[in-house]
Design a binder for this molecule. Structure first.
Ligand code: ADP
Ligand code: ZN
Length: 289
């Protein structure tokens, strides 16, 4: 059986054809442009390849409710050309195959659980800190869905006492994403994250915000591993700062061997998969389980 897989990202789409064993046979990367340009390229890639099913991990918000008339439709995405674009319906109509759709971060969590840094546990969270902040959750073979996919990047956090930045989220100003995603770093400090590497107070504040979020996710979801990726997490000095803050904020309340100074390095970790995480996760989504 041949399966199609798409990682739909804000900057690029990764298209793949693979097997139901999880092997990618063929791959192509195309830039995310206007849907009128990008979508015909997607259809052309898959046409004639004989795929039986298609899995899509999409940037969001995206409708992932299978019962909905607008399944696979983009919603209030900051990529304005894509607002309300019916990605799922368009691909289904053109390729005539069943489609499975989930959020990009849910798919990444699933991929890490299958092949990456969470293969030894039954539950994990995957958080990306990049242009936005989003998190997906994998629990015992499934990703977490409800009304839609979770939007863990938009929770409220307590302000750092030294932070006067108003916040960059177009919907909530100073939610977590508004205070801690890449654009917030750039607007608050006047330089991109990659140019702020040596400034300790930048990363101390960043860790303070991200650790609050992780602490809340631990209280609510109790994941057995937390994987942190995205451009901003390339600042590896963030990891020890976040771990230290999480332990302080939890203050010993949740009893787990993972939540100790000795083990927390194995609890809050970088991704195990790099470039293929999204497309492999989408392939897994396409498998008939
Ligand atoms: P996307 O979110 O579009 O998928 P990324 O995860 O690469 O892409 O996130 C891009 C954001 O991350 C930008 O705001 C950028 O400034 C920031 N960023 C990228 N690389 C680094 C780095 N090495 N250190 C700090 N910030 C970075
Ligand atoms: Zn927000």
């Amino acid at each position: 059986m041949k399966l199609g897989a798409i990682e739909a990202g804000g900057t690029k789409f990764v298209l793949g054809v693979g097997t139901d064993q999880g092997d990618i046979l063929e791959k192509e990367i195309i830039p995310t442009e206007h849907p009128d340009i990008t979508v015909p390229k997607i259809i052309a890639f898959f046409e004639g390849k004989g795929i039986d099913r298609l899995g899509v991990g999409g940037f969001g918000p995206i409708d992932i409710n299978k019962q909905s008339d607008t399944y696979g439709q983009l919603q209030k995405t900051p990529k304005l050309d894509w607002v309300d674009y019916p990605l799922g319906a368009t691909l289904k109509e053109a390729l005539q195959v069943p489609i499975e759709i989930d959020s990009d971060v849910n798919v990444a969590a699933m991929s890490e659980a299958k092949w990456g840094n969470a293969t030894d546990v039954d539950t994990c969270l995957y958080i990306t800190v990049g242009t936005g902040i989003g998190a997906g959750a994998y629990f015992n073979g499934q990703t977490l869905k409800g009304l839609s996919h979770p939007e863990m990047g938009h929770i409220r956090v307590i302000r750092h006492p030294d932070d006067n930045f108003e916040g960059a989220c177009p919907y909530h100003k100073d939610c977590l994403e508004g205070l801690a995603a890449g654009p917030a770093l750039e607007q608050r400090w006047g330089k991109k994250g990659q140019e702020l590497a040596d400034d300790e107070k930048v990363w101390e504040m960043e860790a303070y915000y991200l650790a609050q979020a992780l602490t809340n996710y631990i209280y609510i979801l109790s994941p057995e591993r937390i994987i942190m990726g995205g451009g901003v997490m390339k600042q590896a000095q963030l990891f020890p700062l976040i771990r230290k803050n999480v332990l302080e904020m939890l203050n010993g309340y949740v009893s787990s061997p993972y939540l100790t100074e000795k083990e927390i390095d194995r609890y809050i970790v970088a991704p195990g998969l790099t470039d293929e995480a999204g497309v492999k996760g989408a392939l897994y989504l396409a498998m008939d389980r």
